[in-house]
Design a binder for this molecule. Structure first.
Ligand SMILES: *Cc1c(COP(=O)(O)O)cnc(C)c1O
Length: 376
């Protein structure tokens, strides 16, 4: 492959910080680099408290535990998402109630949520696909009306905004991922953002094996003990040291990705104008983070051919989620509310193009030319 689909972001300063972590002999969790990452993340979100986790998946699991999900509870979410959105709640015995997506942003259709609410509904879990925000005002209105909690799967939404508010900081809990395929990385890792202070102490305890160790380290208590059920969700300092320079350079990385996204958009607009492909839509209310650039072709058969054509020209382009409601576990643990008008149709048409920090304008021209050649 001459142009891969993804390359883990790298600023050049990671080795220095990892060496520093090694030389201070502090490698377990919640050391100086983790604290610096928390501060930088809270600088991006502007509200709430951030806690690094071992993955985006674990951030979602922490959120499900903080929501006190019990067997039989229902969680409204899109079917067009990664398995972790559903697993987090299913592991606690909840049922995933899938609602259809909007064809423009591929996000949960906010107009379909209210009719999916039942007496068992506890949580709405919107997913900000590609770092483009869901219609959060409407989602928060419904949550308030029915007394529901909101867990934002903002795995792809770090440093992206809806009406000036950071994705992940609008609902009760926000979940970020720092997997190597995301905009900022630590290899495997994530963060949970806790909007209200009243949940924060509980989150710290849950993340530290059910102990009040964090309070002990702050000198607020003189010994720590087992106070609640918990697990270990805190990453090593080595991982935090890799993430730290990426968060320091978050705006540089963001600008670079947005420039790549804009160039793809410009170069593929003529094909879109001819009706050959559709391009992503970013609503007025959203400042996205160029997490991904996708095109939508006519149908599944055409998608196979386009991906193969690109592969033959050395370009790795990939499809995305198999809708969860059509997967074996989705049939067991979930149900689709209403009609699947867009979830399957839109996911069948989608192709993600190479996108990473360091992708050059020349690469983007190569990809766009290759797509144009297919349609010629
Ligand atoms: C990446 C991702 C996750 C999972 O994050 P990990 O860090 O890989 O566990 C969850 N939800 C969505 C939408 C994602 O894109």
């Amino acid at each position: 492959m001459t142009i891969p689909f993804n390359k883990a972001p790298y600023t050049g300063r990671e080795p220095d910080f990892i060496r520093e972590a090694m030389e201070t002999h502090q490698l377990s969790g919640d050391g100086p680099f983790t604290k610096k990452c928390h501060e930088l993340l809270e600088g991006i979100t502007g509200r709430g408290r951030a806690l690094l986790t071992t993955s985006g998946t674990h951030a979602l699991e922490m959120a499900a535990l903080l929501c006190d999900i019990r067997p039989g509870d229902e969680v409204i979410m899109p079917s067009f998402t990664f398995v972790s959105t559903a697993n987090a709640f299913v592991l606690r015995g909840a049922k995933a109630v899938f609602a259809d997506i909007r064809p423009d942003t591929l996000n949960l259709d906010e107009k379909l949520i209210e009719s999916a609410v039942t007496a068992r509904t506890k949580v709405i879990a919107p997913v900000h696909y590609g770092g483009v925000g869901c219609e959060m005002d409407e989602i928060m209105r419904i949550a308030e009306k029915y007394g529901l909690l909101v867990v934002e799967d903002a795995a792809q939404g770090v440093n992206a905004f809806y009406k000036g508010r950071a994705l992940g900081s609008i609902g009760d809990f926000g979940c970020y991922s720092f997997h190597e395929t995301k905009n900022y990385t630590m290899g495997e890792g994530g963060a949970v953002v806790v909007r209200d202070e009243r949940y924060f102490e509980e989150a710290e305890i849950l993340r530290e094996k059910g102990t009040n160790r964090s309070k002990f380290f702050r000198g607020q208590i003189d010994k720590y003990t087992w106070v609640s059920a918990g697990s270990s969700y805190l990453p090593s300092e080595l991982n935090a040291a890799y993430l730290y320079p990426q968060l320091l350079e978050a705006d540089l990385i963001n600008r670079s990705r947005l420039a790549s996204w804009d160039l793809y958009y410009e170069l593929l607009s003529p094909l879109a104008a001819q009706g050959a492909v559709s391009l992503p839509v970013v609503p007025e209310a959203c400042a996205h983070n160029a997490h991904m650039f996708y095109i939508k072709v006519r149908n599944l058969a055409e998608r196979r051919k386009v991906i193969k054509h690109l592969k033959n020209e050395g370009i790795s382009a990939v499809f995305h989620y198999v809708p969860l409601h059509s997967a074996p576990a989705g049939e067991r643990y979930g149900r689709f509310h209403g009609e699947d008008v867009y979830t399957t149709k839109e996911s069948d048409r989608l192709i993600r193009l190479p996108m990473y920090f360091g992708l050059t304008p020349g690469d983007i021209h190569t990809v766009a030319q290759s797509i144009r050649r297919y349609y010629d």
